[in-house]
Design a protein around this ligand. Structure first.
Ligand code: ADP
Length: 475
């Protein structure tokens, strides 16, 4: 297959060759034509000069007529041959430079001459090419002779031939030069393409998406091509990294899930063994084992339902949001929280300004989000402590706070508690799946809400969720 480089070079050379050959041809033709023209003009001039000095004498009938030739010097032009013949082709006179030669006279020439026409002709004399002008001599409207004026063309022909060879040589050299320059130009122009191809091949070979095409040239077509390819690689790399990350997260999730499910299953199996062995004789042990089994089963079902929510989230579930009055949601959540509070002092504080404030929300999920926060607050707060649910409205935000006076969170763990399955070691005895806050975070994201936490160890924590306001209905 022909490379672009070869094609470009061939095209370039072909165009240069054609141009040169056409130029040479035109130059040569024009030059030789004007040379002949020049000679013709000179020959005609000479003929007129000679004719003026020729006299024809004698009576009217032409047999007796005589051509009287002028002085010899008229015939004495160097390099110009002159010859006069009578109407029968007999030589009357010739210039001395012809010496023993004569200008050949064909029958056709004589025939045409005696009709009174003047014309040019090419002759061959002793290996020399000669241009001649045949000029009829007239007397009393009769042709009485024919003047032949000739000039050798060989010198000019030789010069023209030399020119022809020079043109061929120069054209050949220039075509060669054009070919080489074209080859070099094509390489230079195509080198970036080579670079791009090489980089692309490298990327494919090593599956290395960090690689970029190094382009230092101007922002021309190739510059833009490089930039576009680099941009494509950026997106590819980003997409690939995202995929890798989600894949890793998925693997971690599966590993965590198996681990989390294994613990309760082990406990349940252990308790079943215990029941089989001693359940009949020891009712107390049986009660304990059954209670254990029940609580582990409950934990497992909580775990499974939490995982289901996250699995749906991962599958791209989007919530269907609708305008909801803030006060109504908060009151419903508050009622449910009261049941969970147990011995903990639970307070709810709804800002007056929240009356008639709406947010775009999925009611079930918003409630779930707030209950996760409240459940944690109750879990991690000792019985005498306080948990407060408050909501403040104003501007274009609705801010919900869940404040507790519990154990607090280690500053080093603040970022990690939103991760799946992350549970602080201190909170392990309390129980939980470690999935609550990751669900809360997902629900917040779905509502374009921001969730954040501030906490101080042994003092308590504040979880803050900020929703964008849909509209203040009373304004
Ligand atoms: P779970 O509560 O089921 O363990 P979460 O994802 O809801 O899982 O919480 C993750 C971890 O964050 C908890 O295990 C706990 O260590 C910490 N945490 C969450 N809320 C609080 C809180 N109000 N006070 C103290 N620690 C908390």
């Amino acid at each position: 297959m022909m490379t672009v480089r070869l094609k470009l070079t061939l095209w370039y050379s072909a165009v240069v060759s054609l141009t040169l050959i056409a130029f040479s041809f035109i130059l040569y033709t024009f030059l030789s034509y004007s040379m002949v023209q020049e000679i013709d003009r000179e020959l005609a001039g000479r003929a007129v000069g000679v004719v003026r000095s020729i006299k024809v004498v004698g009576p009217n009938w032409f047999r007796q007529q005589q051509i009287v030739l002028p002085d010899v010097d008229v015939f004495g032009y160097p390099n110009t041959y002159l010859q006069v013949v009578d109407p029968y082709g007999r030589l009357v006179a010739k210039s001395s430079n012809l010496s023993n030669q004569t200008l050949p006279l064909s029958e056709d020439t004589l025939k045409l001459g005696v009709t009174g026409q003047s014309f040019y002709e090419w002759l061959q004399v002793g290996g020399q090419r000669i241009r001649t002008y045949n000029y009829p001599l007239m007397a009393e409207h009769r042709v009485v002779g024919l003047l032949q004026v000739g000039q050798p063309f060989s010198g000019i022909q030789a010069a023209l031939n030399r020119l022809k060879w020079l043109l061929w040589l120069l054209s050949g050299l220039m075509i060669l030069a054009a070919g080489s320059i074209g080859w070099w130009l094509a390489r230079t122009a195509l080198r970036p393409v080579e670079e791009i191809t090489k980089t692309a091949a490298l990327i494919r070979q090593e599956l290395n998406l960090h690689q970029r095409i190094a382009w230092e040239g101007p922002n021309d077509e190739l510059g833009r091509l490089s930039a576009t390819l680099n941009g494509m690689l950026d997106s590819l790399e980003a997409a690939y990294r995202e995929l890798e990350e989600s894949h890793a997260a998925q693997r971690r999730f599966v590993a965590d899930v198996s681990h989390e499910l294994k613990t309760p299953l082990t406990t349940i199996r252990g308790n079943i063994d215990l029941l089989r062995k001693m359940g009949d004789e020891h009712p107390a042990i049986r009660q304990e084992a059954l209670a254990d089994i029940a609580s582990e089963a409950e934990r497992m079902s909580r775990l499974v339902s939490d995982m289901l929510v996250l699995a749906r989230a991962d599958a791209g579930l989007t919530l269907s949001l609708q305008p909801l009055p803030v006060v109504q949601i908060l009151q419903q959540v508050g009622r449910q929280a009261k049941i969970l509070a147990g011995q903990i002092n639970f307070k709810i504080d709804i800002d007056e300004r929240c009356k008639d404030t709406y947010i775009m929300a999925d009611p079930d999920y918003v409630k779930q989000l707030l209950l996760i926060l409240l459940d944690n607050a109750f879990k991690f707060t000792p019985p005498a402590g306080t948990v407060e649910l408050s909501v403040a409205c104003g501007g274009d935000r609705v801010q919900v706070l869940v404040k507790d006076t519990g154990m607090g969170i280690d500053p080093g763990e603040l970022n990690r508690i939103f991760e799946r399955f992350y549970r602080s070691d201190k909170s392990r005895p309390v129980g939980g799946t470690g999935l609550g806050l990751s669900i809360a975070k997902w629900i917040a994201e779905q509502h374009r809400a921001e969730i954040s936490v501030e906490s101080e160890l042994k003092k308590g924590s504040v979880f803050k969720v900020t929703f964008p306001v849909l509209k203040q209905m009373h304004e």
